[in-house]
Design a protein around this ligand. Structure first.
Ligand code: NAP
Ligand code: GDP
Length: 319
């Protein structure tokens, strides 16, 4: 990867799942002439305009990867739709306006495939972001995220800003949020299987197990986001996803977690719990035009590594 002279790259949300993966890739590649700064909510509450502006004035970034967000799995989204909308709108407005004020050369923000219309044709592609309402379960989060794309366009049109975005599918990996109420499906299942194995109890998978998801390993996403910061030339978003053929059902994902733990106990599916969106199958055709040879980590290997990290990092894992 080509590095640019004197880059100061600020990563908002640098302490989370995706931020930690970018930290680890940057540590390994140690790009010359680049200073990378990874922020957490301890550096500033990005919901607060003054704190955000003061931090950006202090750090003077030339480039920004914007990850900070209120994030959660299906069940957290269903409970706090209003907070997801408001907090994320506030964070995004403060961060992008500070980037404009500081004349940041490029910003890459993070959307998500759950923001696409629920009623759609498949595979979903980048042109469909605003085509119809998102699934009701995460309406607030989705609408706030969609607005980033709108902001990127109008900041470009009116002020010439080079703000763009990426659209990852469900992410998983070390440093995820393994909390059962708040987290996404894979960290939730990893935490549950670990508990069931330790206590000899039944594993309860929520919902029918039939919905389908494409999962991207956080390390793969980190590499692709670093590439996007350096090379991706468009304002309009790019989907960062494994191929459509790599999509798995929740049951298949649960079976891979069970296999990684070699769990032999009973497994039940609680169909009284919501299934959420049935699928959001995304096309990676655009990504493949730019990076035909990028190799994604096979999901079996990614889950195994994440399970190992979780088991070995019980003291620091969010759960
Ligand atoms: P995460 O692990 O929950 O990390 C969230 C990050 O945002 C943390 O660094 C957190 O700081 C920071 N943050 C939250 N509220 C903040 C605030 N008010 N002020 C400052 N910082 C704040 O989330 P993630 O999974 O890495 O998500 C990163 C990005 O990827 C998000 O934009 C998310 O929408 C997107 N994304 C995630 C997924 C997924 O499956 N996880 C899928 C698609 C897109 P603290 O550590 O200090 O709390
Ligand atoms: P989504 O992809 O935005 O819907 O969010 P999640 O990552 O939370 O995945 C939700 C899907 O996984 C739904 O079909 C749930 O029924 C299913 N699921 C099964 N077990 C769990 C679990 O322990 N936690 C979560 N969050 N979802 C689960």
């Amino acid at each position: 990867m080509a590095s640019k002279e004197g880059m100061v790259v600020v990563v908002t949300g640098g302490s989370g799942l995706v931020g930690q993966a970018i930290q680890s890739v940057i540590k390994e590649t140690n790009p010359p002439n680049e200073k990378w700064i990874f922020l957490s909510s301890k550096d500033a509450d990005l919901k607060n305009a003054e704190e955000t502006r003061a931090l950006f004035q202090k750090l003077k970034p030339t480039h920004v990867i914007h990850l900070a967000a209120m994030v959660g799995g299906l069940y957290r989204n269903m409970k706090y739709n209003c907070d997801f909308l408001r907090f994320n709108l506030q964070i995004n407005d403060n961060v992008l306006e500070s980037c404009k004020e500081m004349k940041v050369k490029k910003v890459v923000s993070c959307l998500s495939t759950c923001i696409f219309p629920d009623k759609t044709t498949y595979p979903i592609d980048e042109t469909m972001v605003h085509n119809g309402p998102p699934h009701h379960s995460n309406y607030g989060y989705s609408m706030a995220k969609r607005m980033i794309d709108v902001m990127n366009r109008v900041y470009h049109e009116q002020y010439g800003c080079n703000f763009t975005s990426v659209i990852p599918t469900n992410v998983y990996g070390p440093y995820d949020n393994f909390n059962l109420e708040d987290g996404h499906v894979l960290p939730g299942l990893i935490n549950k299987v670990h508990e069931s194995q330790k206590n000899g109890t039944t594993l309860c998978v929520w919902g029918s197990g039939k919905p389908r998801r494409q999962f991207i390993y956080s390390r793969d996403l980190a590499k692709l986001m670093i590439w996007a910061l350096r090379e991706y030339p468009e304002i309009t978003p790019i989907i960062l996803s494994v191929g459509e053929e790599e999509e798995v059902s929740i049951k298949e994902a649960a079976d891979l977690v069970i296999e990684a733990f070699d769990f032999k106990g009973e497994v039940i599916y609680d169909t009284s719990k919501s299934d959420g969106q049935f699928k959001k199958t995304a096309s990676n055709t655009k990504l493949r035009k730019y990076l035909p040879d990028f190799k994604f980590t096979p999901i079996r290997q990614g889950i195994k590594e994440t399970v190992e990290w979780f088991v070995q990092n019980q003291d620091i894992a969010r759960k």
